[in-house]
Each structure stands twice: as structure tokens, then as C-alpha cells.
Design a protein around this ligand. Structure first.
Ligand SMILES: [Zn+2]
Ligand SMILES: [Zn+2]
Length: 483
């Protein structure tokens, strides 16, 4: 979606008025979400009770830096009160910056844009105990990049248009609804900032409580006539998505490849590009800096897998941390750093980790490690001869392989399941697991080694990879690496 002008909050009404003559047909009721931006105190004092009188719940879009700033803004106690009364809380960013301008300033680095979204969503989750699901961008300044970042942070970017109501159009909501329905539109985000200029104002406020009340009465009348259904934003999106399936689902597939199959990985880069999918290559040694650069250029990530693929847990036990770090980590880390290859994650060879070894990596500045707790049985154990198939379990039913997508960036240790014939991978099971991640808003962690058409043993068949990427693409699941 292209960025729209700031005035877009107002634009919608001229469109509606132009088509005024059209009559509502017998179309399905319009799903209407009532949204409230900018964390105003009046949203709790005036708007929420009026909504509740009519049996409605609203969606309150919170700018977290503005909470408790002065008497005109909500406090965290106020927001918890809204949650307690069944309203929905969304993020409207940390400090209400124009995200599209920020992206331009940052020249693709996305650091501040991510912080604007993440810091706010995280604060809301910490203060209310409920992670917000939606990002409403300030000034509706948004595009595909802000949508992608939101998804990477476990949120959905609310879609425009947003129909703002205030003193300039306070008596026109019925006109808008008639027009939208006549045009076959299924849902509408009816936005309000200030609900009473006389009290605490806000951007383009209603003149007084009475005119806001009349606005709601008009909506109640439309609902009584079966022309609209008022719900919160989540309800509006969900009820329409059931029919249209157009809304991206809410899951992450974290895909990584280990060891040294550089040529096969290079050959697979176009396949990843075809589906706009990213992965992490956890490499051994330092031989193929050329491949690492190429992978980075294509948007993938490089992680460490040890200079010589030593088992970190065993080696640290036998020779100590210093020896292990000096021998298997530092040589690879230093060579990659010298070559300008950024590295912030490590995958344990043989998968097994301990809290002690994790801490060693974190204390050296690593942000994430991938490893499995030795005490927890692998659902698809390595079993080339098929001697212990009774221990095989479906990945789709193995809960510890999934974490809430909203926690993706916070988790410092992430699990994995390996794909390959020697693990008796069932591609149908993996596709079901991806589907589960989509429906339940989870992140799933899948690993393999090489990638080739007739892959055996511990590697990924090209056909499997293609089915994984296309099914994730179909259901709007984001495919990314470990980072
Ligand atoms: Zn705003
Ligand atoms: Zn390995």
C-alpha cells in the first residue's frame, strides 16, 4: 500500500458524499470497528461508557510515550480498566512518528521504525498482560515495508482507509455506511480522536459530548436495521477474513540450514527469492566468504555453527570455556568480522545446549542461540534404519517446537526440528505444522542441511522446500531465518 497523505483521515467523506444518491442494497451487513487514536483521557471517561451502553466495545490505539503525560491522556491504570471492561488495545507506536519518513531517513536500516513498533507493543503487553495484535500507523503513513516489520514483530498492520469523524462531519456516518455498502465494501474502520472539544480536545474533535452521542445513535440505528454490525477491530478483520481469506495470517516459519552445503544453497537462492523467503545459513569454517556475501545480499542471514563443528556442551565440559571459545568460535567469528559478515546467532552442532553454554554466547554479545534441551525427546529422532519408529511423533503436535509469534524477537534460545529422510520427515506433517503456526499465531523452527532434488539422509529435498515455501506464501506466513 502506498503512503497516503495526512489528510487521508478526512478524505473518505468527500468520496462518500459524491456517491450519496446510491441506495443500500440487500448486501450483508457492513462490519464496523470503532477505533480511537492518541490515548485521550476522554476515551475512558466519555467514549467507553457510551459504547458500553449500546453493547459495543472499541479499539483504543495507544501511543505509549504519551501515557500519563498530562491530564488529557490515559494512564496505564485507565488502559487496564479499558481491558478489564472488554475493550481492545492496539499500538499506535511509541512516540507517534511518521514511520514512512523514518524509513527514508534510516535508508533501509529500520532500527528506529522497529523500535517505534516493538517498544510500544512490548510496553502494552507488560502493562496490561495482553499483547496487542494490531499496529495503527500515525497519520496512516504506511507501506509494504512497515507491514512486513509489523508482521516480523508479531503484529498486523491495520489497513486503510480510516474514516475519521469529528466536528466537521459529525452527522454523516449514515451516508458513509450507505455508500460503502452500495460499493460492496465489507468493513469500515470508523475512527475518532477527540470526543469532546469542550473537555480534552484531541485532533479534529467532536464539538461536544452530545454530538458524539448522536454519531453513536446513528450507528446504533444502522445496526438495529441490520445494515452494520459493530465489533472491535479484531472481530471486524476475523469475520471478513473467514469469507475473503485476504488477510495475512499471523505466523512465522523460521528456517535454517547448517554446515557446509554452499553450492547447493547457492543453487537454491532463486527458489527463496521466488517466494520472498529468508533463511539463516549456519556455516562451519571460513572458506566460502563469497557465498556468505551473496546470501547476505539476497537478504539471508549468516550464523555461526563452529569453525570445526565441535559439540559445544561436551567440549566445554572436557576442556573448559576458554579453550572451546579459542578453538572453535573465535577463529570463525574473527574471520567473518574481518570479511564484514555480521553474525549475531549460533546454532549448536548436534543441537544440544545448556544454560551455561548459552550464557557464554550471550556474554560475548550473541543475541540468539538455537538448541534443544537434551532431556526433551526429539519428535523425529535420527534413525536411518527405521529401528525406533515407535518414538516418532508428529511435528504439528509437538508444542515445544512452537513459540508465540509475538515472542519471536524476544526469545534468546530457540528450538528446532530437523528435516531429512534419516529423520523420517513427513512433508505432510510439516505442512500441517506450518498451517498450525498460521492459525495459532506461532513461530515454528525448522532446520535442514543440504538442498537438492534427491536429497537423502539429513538434507532437504528441493520439492519439500518448494512445497513449504509455496504453502507458507499461500497462507501469508512469513518465512525468515533465526534473527
Ligand atoms: Zn494518531
Ligand atoms: Zn551441524
Amino acid at each position: 500500500m502506498k503512503p497516503v497523505a495526512r489528510n487521508s483521515l478526512l478524505f473518505a467523506l468527500s468520496f462518500a458524499v459524491a456517491a450519496l444518491a446510491t441506495h443500500a442494497t440487500a448486501a450483508a451487513p457492513l462490519r464496523v470497528a470503532l477505533t480511537f487514536d492518541d490515548s485521550l483521557k476522554d476515551h475512558l471517561l466519555i467514549a467507553a461508557p457510551m459504547l458500553e451502553e449500546r453493547g459495543w466495545r472499541g479499539t483504543f490505539c495507544i501511543v505509549t510515550d504519551w501515557i500519563g503525560r498530562d491530564d488529557s491522556r490515559l494512564s496505564w491504570d485507565d488502559i487496564r480498566e479499558l481491558v478489564r471492561r472488554g475493550h481492545e488495545i492496539a499500538t499506535h507506536t511509541k512516540s507517534h512518528q511518521n514511520l514512512v519518513s523514518l524509513l527514508e531517513k534510516e535508508k533501509g536500516h529500520e532500527v528506529e521504525v522497529r523500535r517505534q513498533i516493538f517498544a510500544s507493543a512490548d510496553k502494552i503487553a507488560a502493562e496490561t498482560g495482553i499483547a496487542p495484535r494490531f499496529l495503527f500507523t500515525p497519520f496512516v503513513q504506511q507501506n509494504d515495508t512497515t507491514a512486513r516489520i509489523a508482521r516480523e514483530l508479531g503484529l498486523r498492520q491495520a489497513e486503510g482507509p480510516r474514516y475519521n469523524f469529528g466536528s466537521n462531519n459529525c452527522d454523516r456516518v449514515a451516508t458513509l455506511v450507505a455508500d460503502l455498502r452500495a460499493n460492496g465494501i465489507e468493513r469500515a474502520d470508523i475512527l475518532t480522536h477527540g470526543v469532546s472539544a469542550a473537555d480534552h480536545g484531541g485532533w479534529c474533535p467532536f464539538a461536544d459530548r452530545e454530538s458524539f452521542r448522536k454519531h453513536l445513535d446513528a450507528l446504533a440505528e444502522l445496526e438495529r436495521k441490520g445494515e452494520i454490525i459493530v465489533t472491535d477491530y479484531d472481530g471486524m478483520v476475523s469475520s471478513c477474513a473467514l469469507k475473503a481469506q485476504t488477510w495475512p495470517r499471523h505466523g512465522i516459519l523460521s528456517l535454517s540450514f547448517d554446515d557446509t552445503s554452499f553450492d547447493q544453497w547457492e543453487a537454491a537462492l532463486p527458489l527463496f527469492a521466488k517466494y520472498d523467503a529468508r533463511t539463516t545459513f549456519f556455516v562451519n569454517g571460513t572458506n566460502r566468504i563469497d557465498f556468505m556475501r551473496k546470501a547476505l545480499d539476497a537478504g539471508h542471514e549468516i550464523g555461526l555453527h563452529g569453525f570445526n563443528h565441535m559439540d559445544a556442551v561436551e567440549t566445554v565440559e572436557e576442556r573448559g570455556e576458554d579453550w572451546f571459545w579459542r578453538t572453535d568460535i573465535a577463529p570463525q567469528l574473527d574471520a567473518l568480522a574481518a570479511a564484514g559478515i555480521p553474525v549475531s546467532s549460533y546454532a549448536y552442532p548436534n543441537c544440544v545446549h545448556t544454560a551455561r553454554t548459552d550464557e557464554m554466547f550471550f556474554s560475548h554479545g550473541f543475541s540468539r542461540v538455537r538448541g534443544r534441551d537434551a532431556a526433551i525427546p526429539n519428535p523425529n529422532p535420527y534413525d536411518p534404519q527405521g529401528e525406533s519408529l515407535d518414538q516418532w511423533r508428529p511435528v504439528a503436535e509437538t508444542d515445544w517446537l512452537f513459540i508465540p509469534a509475538a515472542d519471536f524477537l524476544k526469545a534468546r534460545v530457540v528450538p528446532n526440528v530437523i528435516m531429512g529422510e534419516s529423520y523420517h520427515t513427513s512433508i505432510e506433517d510439516i505442512l500441517r505444522a506450518i498451517e498450525r503456526a498460521g492459525w495459532q499465531g506461532e513461530a515454528l523452527f525448522v532446520v535442514s542441511h543440504g538442498i537438492e532434488p534427491d536429497a537423502k539422509d539429513i538434507s532437504m529435498k528441493t520439492e519439500w522446500l518448494e512445497r513449504i515455501l509455496s504453502s507458507a506464501d499461500d497462507s501469508g506466513i512469513l518465512v525468515r531465518g533465526i534473527r
